[in-house]
Write a protein that binds this ligand. Structure first.
Ligand code: GLN
Ligand code: ZN
Length: 764
């Protein structure tokens, strides 16, 4: 009988219980004991769900008070030295100081977990790092589960992935040199598991799905020759991409099983089938841990038949990766369209899917009813008029290559725009959103609850827009925005206005710490029944003589931050989104808006883990953006915006977007980004962010002027824009006004200086 198991369950809870308990603890409104009790209840509930779904194992160790990487750091005792905490007695309060910073120390760095939208805390390692002491939470949780008589399978992030995802605090320090010490600690951990009678431990090494080189790959033998002999059976888990190129290497390790992601890389099944000895467990990741669609259980069982015949009990059934990337349960969704709902499976529903697959393999007749129910739901999905929209299909059929290009090259456009827009040297602007005040949030909530009529709501939002426009005029910005006052979220707002998108009430997914996002679901052809932001932008423009820039979310970001349909290639969905945005941009142009910004903060996020797949992604993602932007005349200036990513390795693709201007966050990468833009000779307009909008700190005029002067060294002043790093939505008004006033002063000073130099040169 094929065993069933998961890698991890969403920790936040169906009602985001963990988030609220954390935040109350941070505010000092509740103590340690309360937070621990909430956490314990959540774990117990999630284990009970796994037991009730009759999984063969209950996964323990996937819980974290903030982040699993931070938990592992706390377990290993490898705390960043700068905090001066004692590893063995780390309190929850101190744990959170690591995650969020304290008066003396900034927080540990946070970065994206592989190609997901989840962010982990980056361990800080150096030659003096030791792996001694540390908290006992991991073992406490195992004991908690054992006390409930559950079939416990602990999960740990593996030592190689841990080191790979860490950073060295000392320049030139080789993290891998810590491996021997780290392995000794893992051996001790596995010993402690053995003493508890644990049979299997899952060790996650998703790093094996990256482009790993020489000594990093060699490290696998060094580590697993030791850990494989520990007396606890090791399931080595890979996910997020193929690990097939390392199958021979892994097959030789003395581990007892391997997990592979067959959603991301189904083709690797054959490789592993042949490479992995038959007495080893092959855990097949066949239920999508990254998406919300109901699995085709019959087809999955069918595809595993040969493997099952060959391997019997040594075949395990699992989701592709941890279920933390999908919402907790469909049961909370009361408003979701019933038909769409029948096509979905969130974490809770996916638990049941595993059991049906296992049953279908063992006793197809017994699984008949469940398979038939799934088939019926999937059949309605295939034939539903909600999915296929002829208007969209017709439009897609008319797409030509010419649509992916502006009419003329940048030099020509910029000449036209210089004449028509009449902007000063170093024009100042913002990224789009302004502070979302409590009044705005309250009005939106009241409107959603039905307590505010549509017209009243519109009037309130217009009043807010008017305030934002007036403040921008008073500050003296050159290009204004309407402030995104009515936008709750830059993806959800548009999703609510498009056909083919469904929104959930409680489909929360942890983004980092207590922060959750509710990605909308694209289930059908994406269609725009009417303009989405034209009214707001035009209203703002009607209030001022200055130029108002229309701001909307680009096709790649709409795709990346949604759950995307799996019944057609992502590229097709991206194209549909591109056409929708293109029409909106054209409507803005028609309505007299002369600058349009198409935000693509997630452009870099879509980049595949393997470099060999980059070119293909960049090709279609770039094309989607270019189609969105390509309809307008030369005189309309297209901006794009990107932030919080590593840009230097994709600069040619960013240039290929051919936006007239890119505003881009630089506070995180600081000069590095400018170096990249200088070396690559970025051809169009660029606004490197001159201050960090994620902090309430107000930078001085001198600081920002200094940054601008440095920018002038690599980017010709005629192409330089002045703006903050990102939107101002999370900021308060006082710091926003102060920072923008300084930013504008810096731009003006430098402008005068450059103009004086220019005139001087002319006179001479
Ligand atoms: N226009 C958006 C804003 O200003 C951009 C947000 C983002 O880049 N994440 O809020
Ligand atoms: Zn941004």
């Amino acid at each position: 009988m094929a065993c069933t198991h998961i890698h991890g369950f969403p920790r936040i809870g169906a009602n985001r219980e963990l988030k609220f308990a954390q935040e109350s603890f941070w505010r000092g409104e509740s103590d340690d004991a309360y937070l621990r009790s909430v956490a314990q209840a959540l774990r117990a509930r999630h284990w009970e769900q796994q037991r009730a779904a009759k999984l063969d194992f209950v996964t323990v160790g996937d819980f974290a008070y903030y982040d699993p990487m931070l938990n592992l750091t706390a377990l290993l005792g490898a705390l960043p030295e700068r905090f001066g905490f004692e590893p063995a007695s780390l309190s929850l309060a101190q744990y959170y100081e690591l995650a969020r910073g304290n008066k003396a120390q900034p927080a540990m760095e946070m970065t994206k977990w592989f190609d997901t939208n989840y962010h982990y805390l980056v361990p800080e390692l150096g030659p003096d790092t030791t792996f001694n002491g540390g908290v006992s939470w991991f073992f406490d949780e195992i004991d908690e589960a054992l006390a409930l008589n559950l079939p416990v399978k602990p999960v740990l992030i593996g030592p190689i992935t841990y080191l790979w995802l860490s950073k060295s605090q000392t320049p030139g320090f080789d993290r891998l040199s810590l491996l021997p010490k780290l392995v000794i600690r893992y051996v001790r951990i596995l010993d402690a598991l053995k003493q508890r009678g644990i049979e299997w431990v899952q060790i996650d090494e998703p790093a094996l799905c990256l482009d790993l080189e020489g000594e990093w790959l060699e490290a696998f033998s060094a580590v697993y020759d030791v850990l494989g002999a520990s007396g606890v059976k090791v399931l080595l888990a890979t996910y997020f991409d193929t690990a097939a190129d390392h199958a021979t290497l892994v097959a030789q390790l003395p581990v007892h099983g391997v997990h592979i992601d067959l959603i991301r890389a189904p083709e690797q099944l054959e490789v592993w089938r042949k490479a992995l000895p038959a007495d080893k467990v092959l855990s097949a990741g066949v239920v999508d841990g990254r998406n919300v669609w109901r699995a085709d259980l019959g087809a999955i069982a069918g595809s595993l038949q040969t493997l099952h015949a060959e391997r019997g009990d040594q075949l395990w059934i699992a989701p592709s990766c941890s279920l933390q990337h999908v919402p907790v349960t469909l049961a909370s969704e009361k408003k979701l369209d019933a038909e769409v709902k029948s096509w979905l499976a969130f974490a809770t529903e996916k638990l049941d899917e595993l059991g049906v697959i296992a049953l279908a393999l063992r006793d197809p007749a017994a699984a008949q009813a469940q398979l038939a129910a799934t088939d019926a739901a999937l059949a309605t999905r295939r034939s539903s008029s909600a999915v296929m929209n002829v208007l969209v299909q017709r439009k897609v059929a008319t797409v030509t290559d010419a649509m992916a290009s502006r009419k003329n090259p940048f030099e020509d456009r910029s000449r036209v725009q210089r004449h028509s827009l009449k902007l000063p040297l170093l024009p100042t602007t913002t990224i789009g959103s302004f502070p979302q005040t409590p009044a705005i949030r309250q009005a939106r909530a009241a409107y959603k609850r039905g307590e505010l009529r549509a017209l009243e709501y519109l009037e309130r939002m217009r009043a807010e827009t008017a305030t934002v426009v007036r403040k921008q005029e008073e500050l003296g910005l050159d290009v204004l925005v309407h402030g995104e006052v009515e936008r709750n979220d830059m993806v959800e707002y548009f999703a609510e206005r498009l056909w083919g998108y469904a929104l959930t009430e409680s489909g929360w997914v942890q983004n980092y710490g207590s922060q959750c996002v509710k990605p909308p679901i694209i289930y059908g052809d994406v269609f725009r029944p009417e303009p989405m932001i034209v009214d707001g932008a035009c209203y703002a423009q009607s209030l001022t003589d200055r130029l108002v820039k229309g701001v909307l979310t680009g096709p790649v970001t709409m795709l990346e931050w949604s759950f995307v349909r799996d019944d057609q290639p992502r590229t097709t969905t991206a194209l549909q989104l591109a056409l929708v945005i293109r029409d909106e941009v054209l409507d803005l142009e028609k309505a007299g808006i002369r600058i349009v910004q198409i935000d693509e903060p997630a452009f870099r996020e879509g980049l595949p883990l393997r470099k060999s797949n980059w070119a293909e992604y960049l090709e279609w993602a770039t094309r989607a953006f270019r189609i969105a932007a390509g309809g307008v005349s030369d005189a309309t200036q297209i901006h794009t915006h990107m932030c919080y990513s590593e840009f230097n390795d994709i600069l040619p693709a960013i240039a290929a977007l051919d936006a007239d201007v890119i505003t881009i966050e630089t506070s995180r990468s600081s000069m590095e980004l400018l170096d990249g833009f200088g070396a690559f000779a970025y051809p169009n307009g660029i606004g490197p962010g001159v201050y960090d909008t994620h902090s309430p700190r107000v930078p001085s005029v001198e600081t920002m002027q200094g940054l601008l002067e440095r920018a002038c060294e690599v980017i010709p002043a005629e192409r330089l824009w002045v703006n903050p790093d990102c939107g101002l939505k999370t900021r308060g008004w006082p710091e926003t006004e102060a920072a923008l006033a300084n930013m504008i002063a810096a731009a003006r000073t430098l402008r005068q200086k450059l103009e004086a130099e220019h005139n001087g040169a002319r006179a001479a």
